[in-house]
Design a binder for this molecule. Structure first.
Ligand code: FAD
Length: 508
């Protein structure tokens, strides 16, 4: 069976608006949650809030007042396309791209990790280094370039899945029992067939396409892994592909009650392939360990980290905003409270500095592009999980009992309303306004949403322990620092002689 690789019904290219994005999700996708198949994710309460949040981001690109900030002229069609698709050629391009991404991230308080800019940036980076994909065959290099153009001109939203599930961690992916790890199971003149599972795909049910690539840190570079050495893109409504979602967060749909859970649940899913067909035009690596090794040298890591560090900055600023508001509303300007706030200030300023240095100290990349300097971005990846966990703890310290007793909209409009209005009011704000802030503080620091965010920050870019080991292994400035130490020790004799000489002339 041949499926059409092009997933668009739009008359014109360039940036999409929110309504076009929402309409694009009404296809034959197989999305499962709580044991049921969802007919239309755009009208299901478990997905609708997050879909609207992303639609709002798409609308921002179409706002004439923001056009220069959010878009650039496509190098092929001349249409205005999203700036996250740019292949940056200067530090200034990186700054512009960050400005665009920060505008999106500020709109969601940094609480959505997989807004479309994340994968736009990654695919742009892959395409900039297309020669690395051509190692597995000339056509694969061309495919990644064309795919980049395709998603840029149609402004598609992508999810990705790099990791294979494992039943037995002592075993490699090709040794896992039950043939459950996604692998190539067939091929024809038109394309390839894959079966098995991939996890985790955040945003999966809310995306147009999924990008499947091997995970850099985990992939076993041995011949037996050949059937797993595959990279491709697939439409979310690909026949034979289903998304099995985790439960959504408990919310009854009142945004004032659950301002984050109800609007920002970007959803995580396992993707199950059952003899799913992928046309050759969408295949970027195929049964080639060499191609996997080669593609790992692409600059998608530092470019992706530029997006995620920008998000970390926006999120930490948002958490800081909540914290300062809690202090103000509670009139708790005590030295210990200010001490906690100063920790958040330090986190924000460290993050801002790291993002900026990565742009200013960018290095030459493939085909005339530049790549953000990766060391400060690695520092963000390494340190942000602890900063984030501490920030949530600080919100808990500042919110304390106020957060846990914060009423809901239903409470306020119940028989208890008049009592709540008295005991829940702040010194200078009414109960309803204070309740909104307290519910936000709860959702950001204590709810299931907050727990998932904490988990996400630890693991979204892979196992932090392996990442840390890899960063230590490859730290480029280590050699110079080591040599300086040896050079320092080399001067022992010289020092000894000078001191001995000085001592002998002054000795009594
Ligand atoms: C909320 C969330 C969203 C995510 N979204 C995405 C996404 O959109 N796309 C995507 O591709 N991925 C995503 N990830 C997946 C992420 O890439 C993986 O969770 C991550 O790579 C870790 O893999 P794992 O979950 O299999 O953990 P594991 O590898 O199972 O690690 C679990 C623990 O076991 C230890 N461990 C495992 N194997 C070894 C070993 N051989 N030696 C020593 N210690 C070991 C680890 O150190 C760790 O402490 C997401 C993860 C989370 C939590």
């Amino acid at each position: 069976m041949k499926i059409e690789p092009q997933a668009t019904t739009r008359a014109k290219g360039g940036v999409r608006n929110g309504a076009e994005y929402i309409a694009s999700l009404r296809d034959g996708r197989s999305v499962w949650i709580d044991g049921e198949r969802i007919k239309d994710v755009t009208v299901d309460r478990r997905f609708r809030g997050a879909i609207q949040s992303i639609a709002d981001l798409y609308d921002m690109q179409c706002d004439p007042a923001l056009s220069d900030k959010m878009t650039f002229a496509s190098p092929t069609s001349g249409a205005r396309v999203g700036l996250s698709f740019i292949q940056p050629r200067s530090a200034e391009d990186l700054r512009r791209r960050r400005d665009m991404m920060k505008t999106w991230m500020d709109a969601v308080g940094g609480m959505m990790g997989r807004t479309p800019d994340f994968l736009n940036v990654m695919v742009s980076a892959y395409a900039s280094a297309h020669e690395l994909f051509a190692v597995g065959g000339e056509r694969f290099g061309q495919n990644i370039v064309k795919y980049h153009e395709f998603i840029r001109e149609n402004d598609l939203a992508l999810t990705h899945s790099l990791v294979s599930p494992d039943i037995d961690k002592r075993k490699q992916m090709f040794e896992q029992p039950g043939e459950m790890v996604m692998r190539v199971v067939g091929e024809s003149d038109a394309g390839i067939y894959v079966s098995g599972a991939r996890s985790v795909a955040t945003l999966g049910p809310l995306a147009n396409e999924v990008l499947i690539m091997p995970a850099a840190a985990k992939f076993p570079m041995v011949e037996e892994a050949e059937a797993y050495a595959v990279g491709f893109a697939a439409r979310i409504d690909t026949p034979g592909m289903k998304l099995i979602c985790r439960p959504s967060f408990p919310t009854r749909g009142h945004f004032a009650n659950d301002p984050l859970s109800a609007r920002m649940d970007e959803m995580d899913a396992v993707i199950w392939f059952d003899n799913a067909f992928i046309p050759w035009e969408r295949v970027f690596m195929y049964r080639s360990i060499k191609a996997v090794e080669s593609a790992m040298k692409s600059p998608s890591g530092p470019h992706g980290s530029h997006q995620s560090a920008t998000r970390s900055l926006a999120k930490m600023e948002f958490l800081l905003g909540i914290a300062y508001n809690l202090m103000e509303v509670n009139h708790s300007r005590f030295p210990n409270v200010l001490g906690l706030l100063s920790e958040l200030v330090a986190f924000v300023e460290i993050l801002r500095g790291m993002v900026r240095v990565a742009e200013i100290d960018c290095v030459p990349g493939p085909n005339g592009t530049v790549v953000p300097y990766e060391q400060p971005l690695n520092v963000v990846r390494a340190q942000y999980p602890a900063m984030h966990a501490r920030a949530l703890e600080i919100l808990q310290f500042l919110g304390a009992g106020n957060v846990v007793v914060a009423p809901t909209v239903e409470d306020l409009h119940s028989e208890s309303g008049p009592a709540i209005e008295r005991y829940c009011a702040g010194a200078d704000i009414p109960a309803e306004r204070k309740m909104q802030l307290m519910r936000l503080a709860w959702d950001a620091s204590c709810s299931s949403f907050a727990g998932r965010q904490n988990l996400y920050e630890k693991f979204f870019s892979g196992d932090p322990w392996r990442n840390a080991a890899m960063r230590a292994e490859r730290y480029p400035s280590a050699r110079e620092a080591q040599d300086r130490v040896w050079a320092f020790l080399d001067r022992n004799g010289e020092w000894q002689q000078r001191i001995n000489g000085d001592l002998s002339t002054t000795a009594r």
